[in-house]
Design a protein around this ligand. Structure first.
Ligand code: HSE
Length: 310
């Protein structure tokens, strides 16, 4: 019997992009997760294979984001198709690169294709958010939206959900360093203040508005000046070894701006062009190498396509 399989690749993403806490995100081209769906042996979603997670993720369907996402799609459709799921993790866990979002989104796209496309791409977002809720305790969309749709996405409202794809300069690149330490999003959210002084709110709103304007007008200098995080970075940088040194190294090497990717520990820098990003990322990685902390470095253009069937 011929087994029909559908597979999807969902890329890493950078939540917050420093300036838009929980409401701005961008997609990288790589790394990413792959989810495949095939006919299962029993009604409902079943996770049958899990690779690349170094044994750290639960294999139980109801405890893994891919199982939760696919089952919630079946429930919404009132269907009981037997869907067997395979997950290949390409993203490091607890990295701040949208690892759980990547799995959730790849699962939603692969399952949607398998089921005959009952949902549009955007209609898949609430299902992927259920994965984020399970993994991080908060159904934030700033990784899910860019991982699914690609580009740089602004989420002006969570309820009702509204997503705006922003323009950006074609030559905008990211230099990314992931140090070999884990920071759980739950823990990184716990250190954040419950409320903000008015002066901080006013400044942060102005930075976000200026950043969005800079993307619309290809204003590199304004991108550089406005990508400032007054909310999360002051609290979270202490969770990330050598954050200040990495940021200084990135800026000295020519980065436009540098900050924490999502909830960290990954650090990213925005750069004008690939050559600049390649130079910047080497200097960022060197800080960890000098301190004998293992790390991976990535250079990536903004991923304009988002999740793709493969
Ligand atoms: N916006 C989320 C946070 C992203 O900063 O907690 C998590 O990657």
């Amino acid at each position: 019997m011929k087994i029909k399989t559908t597979s999807a690749f969902a890329p890493a993403s950078i939540g917050n992009v420093s300036v838009g806490f929980d409401c701005l995100g961008l997609a990288l081209e790589h790394p990413g997760d792959i989810v495949s769906i095939e006919v299962g042996n029993k009604p409902g979603a079943e996770l049958i294979d899990l690779q690349g997670d170094k044994g750290e993720l639960p294999i139980e369907t109801e405890k893994n984001v891919v199982g939760v996402v696919v089952q919630s799609m079946l429930d919404a459709l009132k269907r009981d198709d037997a869907l067997a799921i395979r997950l290949l993790k390409g993203l490091p866990l607890q990295s701040g690169m949208g690892s759980s979002a990547s799995s959730s989104v790849a699962a939603a796209v692969a399952a949607n294709e398998f089921l005959g496309k009952p949902f549009t791409k955007r209609e898949l977002i609430p299902f992927a958010m259920e994965g984020e809720e399970l993994a991080c305790g908060a159904p934030h969309v700033d990784n899910v939206a860019p991982a699914l749709l690609g580009g740089i996405t602004l989420i002006p409202s969570h309820d009702p959900l509204e997503i705006i794809s922003l323009p950006y300069p074609k030559n905008l690149y990211c230099a990314v360093v992931h140090p070999d330490v884990a920071v759980a999003t739950r823990d990184a959210r716990a250190v954040l203040p419950e409320s903000l002084p008015r002066s901080i709110s006013v400044k942060q709103s102005a930075h976000l508005a200026a950043f969005v304007h800079a993307l619309h007008t290809n204003d590199w200098e304004l991108i550089s000046r406005s990508m400032i995080d007054l909310i999360a970075e002051p609290k979270r940088k202490d969770l990330i070894p050598h954050f200040n040194a990495v940021k200084s190294a990135a800026l000295e090497a020519g980065a436009l701006a540098c900050g924490i990717s999502g909830s960290g520990p990954t650090i990213f820098a925005l750069c004008k062009g690939k050559t600049s990003a390649e130079e910047v990322v080497v200097e960022m990685g060197k800080i960890y190498a000098d301190h004998e902390i293992g790390n991976e470095i990535y250079v990536s253009k903004i991923n304009s396509k988002g999740t793709q069937l493969i």
